[in-house]
Design a protein around this ligand. Structure first.
Ligand code: ADP
Ligand code: MG
Length: 406
């Protein structure tokens, strides 16, 4: 399906395995070497022998085959965990189950442990599960929603880049983040990230209550960065609307399992649109630097204000911004004047960079570190200063209580 994709080397998953057990090593080789996307690094040693020298740089997950009965092994394990600080995640394999050892490992913040004999399926599943960050249990997701003022303004591009930034934010440099593409008919998120969309709405629709954590996991695709993506395969010729309950249930569930949720909204207003906007914490209207673009942005902002008395204030982003070249073009000042308090940022026009990121299915940061687009978006998601333009905290809107809003 993909045309002319440049192979993207850094999107590989790197599994580092340390083991002194030849049988286990063989099983690991057979299990992982079949997938070309997995870069397997095996170290044939014990953690007491080689723990200090393990290079975890670039590793997605580290597997340690540990002899937990030996004190020097446990001490070496402790040092390894202290050095890596919990990222990348470490999975420990032990000989036997021992409650005391299990407790000690948990205190060391090992991501998970398995007891031999370990099956290939079990190992792959465990590695896949720990390899993407999980939401801190106490927090409700912070929801960032992107809506277009005009076609092709860059909603998908900005939603993806914001999601990738949020993913690498937070105290430990990782926050579980999910990008949800609500363009069920013409979604582009999965394509832009070079992922297989896995959301099957027809399976959820007959009984939205069936959608639980497990089914959600099955319908989520994971980008190599760790970003979770919920997107449906495109059905361009299908003309039907979906039961709003499906969207409600989906977002309620997603928002309880991730720290951040980023939503790519369709341009058409559906029966569930109001409730999604109402449940968001930040709402961005993406437009372009033309007179009609600014006009449409104003119209959408007004329409949203009229429909919702609660919820976040819509904020306009003017994408593909260029310094004025001719005397007729709009200036940043014109935009600020026209949009006044609803204006939040301009994002520069940088076609080559955006194009390359899309064609390779990678973040802009990976194509060009410190680029101007990422810089603007970083400012946008940084905690707002307590000034006039800062969005007020919306306690009622924090939770996606979509059912109330319908
Ligand atoms: N800041 C930008 N600079 C240059 N090109 C951009 C920028 N943002 C988006 N684009 C380009 O604009 C086109 C439309 O972007 P897309 O994100 O698909 O828009 P939408 O989701 O609003 O339809 C794409 O070709 C994309 O590469
Ligand atoms: Mg789009």
């Amino acid at each position: 399906m993909r045309l002319n994709r440049t192979p993207a080397a850094p999107t590989k998953t790197c599994v580092v395995v340390l083991t002194a057990d030849a049988g286990f090593e063989q099983m690991v080789r057979t299990t992982f070497s079949a997938s070309p996307q997995i870069d397997l690094r095996i170290i044939s040693a014990t953690v007491a022998g080689a723990g200090e020298k393990i290079d975890v740089n670039g590793a997605t997950v580290v597997v340690i085959d540990l002899d937990a009965r030996r004190d020097d092994e446990m001490a070496a394990m402790q040092r390894l965990m202290a050095r890596t600080g919990g990222w990348p995640p470490v999975v420990v394999i032990t000989q036997t189950f021992d409650a005391e050892v299990a407790r000690t490992l948990l205190q060391m913040r090992v991501a998970d442990f398995l007891v031999k004999p370990v099956s290939a399926v079990e190992l792959v599943r465990t590695c896949a599960r720990v390899a993407h960050p999980v939401a801190s249990e106490t927090t409700e997701a912070e929801i960032y929603t992107f809506l277009a003022a005009v076609g092709g303004a860059g909603v998908t591009t900005l939603a993806i880049q914001t999601a990738l930034l949020l993913l690498s934010s937070g105290p430990r440099g990782r926050s579980s983040t999910c990008l949800v593409d609500l363009n069920f008919q013409h979604g582009a998120c999965a394509d832009y990230l070079d992922l297989e969309p896995r959301l099957d709405i027809s399976e959820i629709e007959p009984s939205p209550d069936r959608l639980d954590r497990q089914l959600l996991e099955v319908m989520t695709s994971y980008h190599a960065s760790g970003l979770a993506v919920i997107a449906a395969p495109n059905r361009p010729a299908e003309m039907r609307s979906f039961d709003p309950d499906v969207v409600t249930r989906l977002l309620d569930l997603v928002s309880t399992h991730f720290d951040y949720v980023v939503i790519d909204m369709p341009r058409t207003w559906f029966s569930w649109t109001d409730s999604v906007l109402l449940g968001s914490n930040r709402l961005f209207i993406v437009s372009e630097m033309t007179v009609p673009g600014i006009k449409h942005a104003k119209q959408i902002v007004e329409a949203i204000r009229e429909r919702m008395t609660e919820g976040p204030s819509p904020q306009v982003i003017v994408n593909r911004f260029e310094q004025r070249l001719f005397s007729t073009g709009l200036t940043k000042k014109d935009i600020e004047n026209a949009l006044s308090k609803d204006f939040v940022a301009v994002v520069p026009n940088f076609y080559r960079l955006v194009r390359e990121a899309i064609d390779r299915g990678v973040p802009l940061e990976e194509v060009k570190r410190g680029n101007k687009i990422t810089r603007e978006l970083k400012k946008l998601i940084a905690p707002a200063p307590a000034k006039d333009a800062a969005p007020k905290p919306q306690p009622e809107a924090k939770k996606l209580s979509l059912s109330l809003a319908r």
